[in-house]
Ligand binder design. Structure first.
Ligand code: ZN
Length: 472
């Protein structure tokens, strides 16, 4: 493996996604950081590129120094690496569900260069600094992309949260409803208010799985419509209303996870207009799948909150366009295929979670392009906004001073999702068999090519100097 500190990488492309739009540019990288983004004449031949580099040097190292020159093809675009702030790696403890090596190799293959790991499903859950240490030790030496960690807020860990914050978690996750695992119970109303006051005091961020337990019915059987009815829009509306009230009262920065119900959007819009520090994310499956298309017994589509109807989906896209929802992240939450209970197709018994970290970019881009959105929109939702959410100032944008986390993406290449392409531990995903648009050809992490067998990822600590203004 090449030492990244001495390397220099030069990438030229006719389409580089910069903050000021798509440009023909030469991106220079030193010691893992972008040092310049120089515009070059579009459609120019190699002889007129600003550097005297012959075609023979393309993708190779010149004899005289450690430079690597890469020239992207005309069908490729250079994008910033995606930042996926919602990934369940499940290691240690439930490593048979996923694990750092497979999750991060899949992330790199999908153009994701940073993930933030959720505090639950791994054992122990990340609810104190000792558990964080155990998780960091488990991740060490086996991550292909950069990895940060969320802490958890559960009943009883109030005194542990400051220590977790000081140890560098990016914020705290809590549930207002059963989480699916017994070791990570939800916060009731009083404890939710306490958690918000504490998060405000720490200057951290509370991320909330917001469904109101009182609105959730029992789910059983193989009819998808019954499952959706058991977790109605009203559950999200009630929980988010309460979260907004408390955010207003406490001044805590809060973020609504995996928003599914578009009925919540007007509430969020009003709160944001009033200056309440609240943001929201949605996920590729809510934006691209629809209840009408989920067959009975197809438990690979089960997640909580559920995938709703096509009209709801249209309104989620409107909320992205209007900026009320700012982030699109995977909520990658795989499990062993048996736990999806495809044998019985019982939505009550099946694990709720969708495996998608490797596919988010083509899944979202395919639908976004059909709806008239640009790659800049998609990258805003999937790279720059999530980076801003967690205060990762070095990530998510191609400009000097940022980490050289880069992706060569062929936006018009089409492919069919087959199990053999997937690098996750298990290959069950609702996207199997779908034809998608947009192929990730190459991913660089801090200027070094990332992928399976390459463990150049770092474990990230949150910058604790959050300010209110850093909220998107
Ligand atoms: Zn999740």
């Amino acid at each position: 493996m090449r030492g990244e500190s001495s390397s220099e990488l030069v990438i030229r492309a006719r389409r580089v996604l910069t903050p000021s739009g798509m440009r023909a540019a030469e991106v220079r990288v030193e010691a893992g950081k972008i040092i310049s983004v120089a515009e070059i004449p579009d459609r120019a031949g190699v002889s007129s590129w600003p550097r005297s580099v012959g075609k023979d040097d393309a993708a190779g190292r010149s004899a005289s120094d450690a430079r690597v020159f890469v020239e992207l093809g005309d069908d490729e675009v250079l994008l910033p690496g995606l930042v996926d702030t919602h990934v369940h790696v499940n290691e240690p403890g439930r490593t048979d569900w996923e694990g750092f090596a497979t999750a991060t190799a899949a992330a790199a293959a999908g153009g994701v260069t940073t993930i933030i790991d959720m505090p639950l499903n791994s054992l122990p859950p990340t609810v104190d600094s000792g558990a964080l240490e155990i998780k960091r030790a488990a991740a060490t030496g086996q991550v292909a992309v950069d990895v940060g960690f969320w802490g958890g807020a559960i009943p009883g860990n109030e005194r542990q949260r400051r220590g977790l914050h000081e140890a560098g978690v990016f914020g705290f996750k809590c549930f207002t409803v059963d989480s699916g695992v017994p070791e990570f119970p939800p916060l009731g109303d009083v404890r939710l208010a306490e958690a918000m006051r504490q998060v405000a005091e720490l200057g951290s961020l509370l991320i909330v799985h917001a469904e109101d337990a009182a609105c959730i019915g029992a789910a059983a059987g193989s009819r998808y419509a019954d499952f959706v009815r058991s977790r109605p829009d009203a559950a999200e509306v009630a929980a988010v209303s309460r979260v907004i009230e408390l955010a207003e009262e406490t001044g805590a920065r809060v973020h609504v996870l995996h928003l599914s119900s578009a009925d919540v959007v007007p509430l969020l819009a009003a709160a944001q207009a009033d200056g309440v520090p609240i943001t929201a994310e949605t996920c590729p499956h809510y934006l691209t799948l629809a209840a009408e298309d989920v067959g009975d017994g197809q438990t690979q589509f089960k997640c909580c909150p559920p995938i709703r109807d096509a009209a709801n989906r249209d309104r989620l896209w409107d909320a992205l366009a209007g900026g009320v929802i700012s982030c699109v992240v995977s909520d990658h939450s795989p499990c062993p295929p048996e736990m999806k209970r495809l044998d019985t197709g019982d939505f009550g018994a099946a694990w709720g979670g969708i495996s998608s970290v490797q596919l988010g970019l083509p899944v979202v881009w395919t639908a976004a392009a059909e709806r008239g959105f640009s790659l800049a929109d998609v990258v805003g939702w999937m790279a720059s906004s999530p980076a801003r959410l967690v205060g990762l100032g070095g990530k998510g944008v191609i400009e000097p001073g940022r980490d050289a986390d880069l992706v060569a993406f062929a936006p018009d290449e089409r492919f069919v999702v087959t199990a053999d392409r997937l690098l996750t531990r298990h290959r069950l995903t609702p996207y199997l068999g779908q034809e998608l648009r947009g192929a990730v050809r190459k991913t660089w992490l801090r200027g070094v090519q990332a992928g399976a067998g390459q463990q150049a990822g770092r474990l990230l600590l949150a910058d604790r100097l959050f300010t209110r203004e850093s909220a998107t």
